[in-house]
Design a protein around this ligand. Structure first.
Ligand code: UDP
Ligand code: MG
Length: 328
């Protein structure tokens, strides 16, 4: 009998939680030799999500919930779920039913064939705006060019099944600025992508916007490659070289031909261009310093307020062990 934990991060999802559980149960019931349990992570919701979760866990033995002390973001919420999951494998799903429960059977099939990380690959980004698609394209292109150690999976999100081996590896990485998608790729092991169509949200509203997406992209970039820093070095070298050539040209013109070189427009252009490059470089360096700033504080990734009605106090290391060592 395989034991699989389904982790569901929830932020303001009161409208969908009641739909989610039966919808997923209907599919997992049919999967043979598998015992499922659910961990809902309430990521500091401001609506009735926590009450809904309390009701759900009271009504069903296979449901437990972890409520975080505030909104920490989906990446941290997923980590909370991963820390507490006890299954031989976990499946991470969005609460809004955008990840089709039909795919679970296929994921488990591949897991049983020996894959450690079975992830859903979205086949159509058609439902998204042109701008969002273009941004995604640019991001993947840049990451592909820059990250040399491994290749970022394309159009693959957080909808995935992870074997215990991957979970234990993920637990080792306690970084604050989490770009989970990159971490999944970083741990390696045997990966399998299965296609799925992103469903429309069952109810409620998405919390994502372009600003959040840009932030995530920056986080992805700065936590997995220092190539932009290298790029700035190259740019500096190139510009200095070009400037030297131009200087020789100007000197020659002035000394040999007494040609007064045109002034204002050239000066202005060069000045503004260089000014722009300098600010950009500073910005990029700043992004990395920001990362260092956040990481050196070693703050916990999340704080737990309550688990299944029990109020929790943070103790270092309680997180991965407390629930796991409870007598079964
Ligand atoms: N989510 C979360 N914390 C947040 C934002 C979102 O746990 O701060 C959860 C949310 O409840 C949902 C999943 O992450 O289960 C995906 O969020 P959403 O549907 O808003 O994003 P989208 O599917 O539009 O990318
Ligand atoms: Mg969604």
């Amino acid at each position: 009998m395989d034991k699989i934990t389904i982790i569901v991060p929830c932020y303001n999802e009161e409208e969908v939680i009641e739909m989610f559980y039966p919808a997923v149960q209907a599919h997992v019931k049919k999967i043979p030799d598998c015992k499922f349990d659910f961990i809902f992570v309430n990521d500091g919701s401001r609506d009735g999500t926590l009450d809904k979760l309390r009701e759900l866990s009271a009504a069903h033995d296979d449901v437990s919930y972890i409520s975080l002390s505030r909104n920490f973001g989906k990446e941290s919420a997923m980590m909370a779920g991963i820390d507490f999951a006890e299954g031989d494998a976990v499946i991470i799903m969005d609460a809004d039913l955008q990840h089709p429960p039909e795919s679970l059977a296929e994921m488990i099939k591949y897991w049983r064939e020996g894959y450690d990380d079975v992830c859903g690959k979205r086949v159509d980004r058609a439902g998204e705006t042109w701008l969002k698609r273009s941004c995604a394209n640019i991001f993947y292109a840049v990451m592909k060019k820059f990250s040399t150690s491994y290749e970022m999976q394309r159009d693959v999100g957080d909808f995935r099944l992870l074997d215990r081996r991957c979970i234990e590896a993920l637990k080792l990485m306690r970084e604050n600025q989490r770009f989970t998608k990159g971490l999944f790729t970083w741990v390696g092991y045997r990966k399998k992508e299965i296609p799925f169509e992103v469903q429309p949200r069952a109810a409620g509203t998405t919390t994502w916007n372009y600003f959040a997406l840009f932030n995530l992209a920056m986080k992805g970039m700065t936590s997995f490659t220092t190539a932009p820093l290298r790029l700035m070095t190259f740019l500096g070298i190139t510009i200095s070289f070009a400037a030297m050539c131009y200087m020789i040209f100007v000197l020659t013109m002035a000394l040999l031909y007494g040609d007064p070189v045109a002034g204002y427009p050239t000066l202005m252009t060069v000045m503004l261009f260089l000014g722009g490059i300098q600010i950009l470089s500073l910005g990029i360096i700043g992004e990395y310093i920001g990362q260092i700033f956040h990481e050196t504080k070693h703050r916990p990734i999340y704080l737990v307020d309550e688990i299944d009605g029990k109020r929790m106090i943070y103790k270092p290391q309680f997180v991965p062990t407390e629930r796991n060592t409870k007598p079964k």
